[in-house]
Design a protein around this ligand. Structure first.
Ligand SMILES: NC(=O)c1ccc[n+]([C@@H]2O[C@H](COP(=O)([O-])OP(=O)(O)OC[C@H]3O[C@@H](n4cnc5c(N)ncnc54)[C@H](OP(=O)(O)O)[C@@H]3O)[C@@H](O)[C@H]2O)c1
Length: 256
């Protein structure tokens, strides 16, 4: 039997990369999905394909997690049959630029802090109270190896991912008297659109990040997130750090 039949899974940033891979991985286990991101046209195509392939239900939501009012309105107005979210995957996130902190454009800081930290807080703030009422749920957030070891030219991105870890650790304590689980999955190099966005569309520079290395794929991360979500109810996977075999941490990688 599918492991997540009739569960409702809310994914932020489901239009690309890891979020999109999670949509397919969770649908394959029978979950119904709320897919959110800014590019609704991509979500609609993914949703249609998933419904056809797996026979689950999909609701797509145009949602910019940076906008607290929009997040509040969208989540509090979810149709009744979608309101009881079982699993929240806080995935929407980005890096903008690769620059020494004292030379960087503060606009890049705003984009990262508003998306990776404030966006995650806005969404979690709206969804967790329902989980508390039902005494059931799982919040899984995308951290990073950058949240364990800061690297040069990445101060604000690293700070946001250290923050995701702190928020998750603290939320786990806030929820200690409930059956709700809180996890972070913290990858190293994953080949998605991530580096292309970090380097403002410079595809050549983005592809160099993965040169001489077999990077993780979005599907590898989705598989691990699914693993966290399908443990017996008394088991909490609090944190997973995962890298390609050729990457030891934020600094050390071996390129062939
Ligand atoms: N790739 C890596 O090497 C790596 C490593 C460690 C951690 N991560 C983390 O994994 C997560 C997913 O990254 P990815 O690699 O899958 O990148 P990606 O392929 O660029 O996908 C990012 C997703 O986030 C969404 N998003 C960005 N800003 C948003 C906003 N303001 N509101 C709503 N959705 C937003 C995008 O959708 P729209 O543009 O349609 O809104 C897209 O679906 C991020 O949190 C990232 O920090 C990635």
């Amino acid at each position: 039997m599918a492991k997540l039949e009739n569960k409702i899974v809310f994914i932020t940033g489901a239009s690309e990369g890891i979020g999109k891979a999670c949509a397919y991985a969770f649908a394959a286990e029978g979950a119904n999905l709320i897919l959110s991101a800014r590019r609704k046209n991509l979500l609609d195509d993914i949703g249609e394909n998933i419904e056809e392939k797996f026979g689950v239900k999909v609701l797509t939501l145009k949602l910019d997690v940076r906008n607290g009012d929009e997040v509040k309105a969208s989540i509090s107005n979810l149709p009744e049959q979608w309101a009881a979210v079982d699993i929240l995957i806080n995935n929407a996130g980005l890096a903008k630029g690769f620059e020494k902190m004292f030379k960087d454009d503060p606009e890049n800081w705003d984009a990262m802090i508003d998306t990776n930290l404030k966006g995650l807080l806005y969404v979690t703030r709206q969804i967790v109270p329902g989980m508390v009422k039902r005494n059931s749920g799982h919040v899984i957030s995308l951290g990073s190896t950058a949240g364990h070891m800061a690297y040069g030219n990445g101060s604000v991105y690293c700070a946001t991912k250290f923050g995701v870890r702190a928020i998750s650790d603290s939320l786990r304590i806030d929820l200690i008297d409930t059956d709700i689980r809180v996890s972070t999955v913290d990858p190293g190099m994953v080949e998605t659109d991530f580096s292309n966005i970090r380097f403002f569309g410079d595809k050549e520079r983005a592809s160099k990040v993965y040169e001489g290395i077999t990077p993780l794929s979005a599907e590898d991360i989705a598989d691990t997130i699914l693993y966290c979500a399908t443990r017996p109810p008394h088991v909490s996977i609090n944190e997973v750090i995962m890298t390609p075999v050729a990457q030891a941490n934020s600094f050390v990688a071996f390129r062939k």
